[in-house]
Design a protein around this ligand. Structure first.
Ligand SMILES: *Cc1c(COP(=O)(O)O)cnc(C)c1O
Ligand SMILES: [Zn+2]
Length: 439
């Protein structure tokens, strides 16, 4: 079984253990190509059973939902170099009360943030760091550190997986633009943390320059190894639905790698005969960072980067997304829709679903707001089944949530604010208030 990098324009291929992120001929992005014919040598039934059996046991590396699908993700990995922190196997939670309210047959949230560092970035980072680990120790490549630019979650994942494997990591963060919870992760894991006085797009430029020196390996999502791990999200979700393909997947997007990962995984399932139809994919953007939405409005005929404005969905505050061509390609294949959500809409949507026992991050709020918008205007038909991809754990954004509930978010009115009731410790007074509340 084999796999290799190929330029997305098809001009050249490269081995997976080469330190390379862009095509040497045209400069465009690379993608990982799998030997689908040899994978087809095994039946759909074989793959379904294998995935199920691996999940039922405790054998490394199948303790990871990503390496559960090793042959589909990176068949060239030796198990002994795999760096895993038990990522994947994320819960898929039905929300019947809201499905009912909206007239959907089913609504699920796929919790990709229930993972080691609290975001879906772990799903791809295990693949990237494992491969680098193998390149250092097996292929004897001279790689001294791994670096990334980040809106917070990529750096948290990189620092954690890197330090677990004993590989130094360097993270470039936009100064004062990420949450405390996100900043404290790479600091705790001992990364070299550089806070640059710019935004994400500015950090991206610097890290691309610095990693031209091949001894510092680039971990951004333009590195398509990560996409191979993230690809498992759609596969695992459909598996959890016993191979009943939902009508829609809704996913928030910033740098736009994850949407193509989602699409690639589903296409692989179809090619290998595990499913016979595909869902539509909806890409949700924050109105304050919406270049793909603007391009979609013009049928993708042009794409203009924007200056991203501040958004509560800080991980998608990106104006010049690196993986835009991959995303557009995926959206065309999946009859895709791009829609946006305002700050008010994303904050309220996030808070609304929390009232149903969730604890959603602002990016998930963007996806939820967009989903409700499409259901209400009929673009998602009544009776549809819908999966919303939740990208991070709400605890990373506890500060934003606290401000929301205190009604202190700039320019917003918090529809679902819930504030603590301050009382004297007097049982009579407490009882009076309680009976008022629960009557
Ligand atoms: C990285 C990230 C996204 C955006 O994913 P892209 O692949 O850049 O589109 C969305 N939500 C969260 C929480 C993220 O960390
Ligand atoms: Zn090329």
């Amino acid at each position: 079984m084999n796999a290799y990098f190929r330029c997305i324009n098809g001009c050249e291929t490269y081995p997976l253990n080469e330190v390379i992120y862009q095509c040497k001929k045209c400069g465009d992005l690379l993608e990982v190509v799998h030997d689908v014919d040899s994978l087809k040598g095994k039946s759909a039934e074989y793959w379904r059973n294998t995935f199920r059996e691996r999940r039922a046991g405790y054998k490394f590396p199948y303790t990871s939902g990503i390496w559960n699908k090793k042959e589909w993700v990176n068949p060239l990995m030796d198990d002994k170099y795999i760096v895993s922190l038990g990522e994947g196997y994320n819960p898929l939670t039905p929300i019947p009360a809201i499905a009912n309210e909206l007239g959907l047959s089913n609504l699920w949230i796929k919790h990709c943030g229930n993972t080691h560092t609290g975001s879906f970035k772990d799903l791809g980072m295990t693949v990237l760091v494992s491969m680098v680990n193998q390149m250092i120790h097996k292929d004897k490549k001279n790689i001294k550190a791994i670096a990334c630019a980040s809106t917070g979650d990529t750096s948290a994942a990189l620092s954690s997986y890197g330090s677990y494997a004993g590989i130094p990591t360097i993270v470039f963060l936009p100064h004062n633009k990420i949450s405390i919870a996100q900043l404290v992760q790479p600091i705790s894991n001992g990364s070299i943390v550089l806070a640059l006085e710019t935004d994400f797009d500015g950090c991206m430029k610097v890290v691309q320059e610095v990693t031209k020196d091949n001894t510092i390996y680039l971990a951004n999502s333009m590195n398509s190894l990560r996409i191979e791990g993230q690809k498992v999200v759609g596969i695992e979700t459909i598996e959890q639905l016993d191979y009943n393909v939902p009508d829609y997947f809704i996913i928030p997007g910033g740098n736009l790698g994850n949407v193509s990962a989602l699409g690639n995984g589903i296409l692989m399932m179809k090619e290998l005969g595990l499913i016979n139809k595909v869902p539509r994919i909806v890409l949700a953007q924050a109105e304050n960072a919406n270049p793909l939405y603007l391009s979609y409005k013009k049928d993708f005929k042009e794409f203009k980067p924007v200056q991203a404005k501040k958004t509560l969905a800080s991980a998608i505050q990106i104006g010049n997304p690196v993986s835009r061509d991959k995303a557009i390609k995926t959206l065309k294949v999946f009859n895709g829709i791009v829609e946006q959500a305002s700050e008010q809409e994303l904050a309220d949507a996030s808070a609304k679903y929390d009232r149903y026992g969730m604890f959603t991050c602002p990016h998930t709020g963007v996806a939820l707001a967009v989903m409700e918008k499409l259901v209400k205007d009929g673009r998602i038909e009544k009776g549809s089944s819908v999966v919303v991809i939740s990208t991070a754990h709400g605890l990373k954004f506890a500060n934003t949530k606290a401000l929301y509930h205190e009604n202190k978010l700039d320019g917003l009115v918090s529809k679902y604010a819930n504030t603590p009731i301050v009382l004297e410790p007097d049982p009579e007074k407490v009882r009076k208030v309680l009976y008022e509340k629960i009557k």
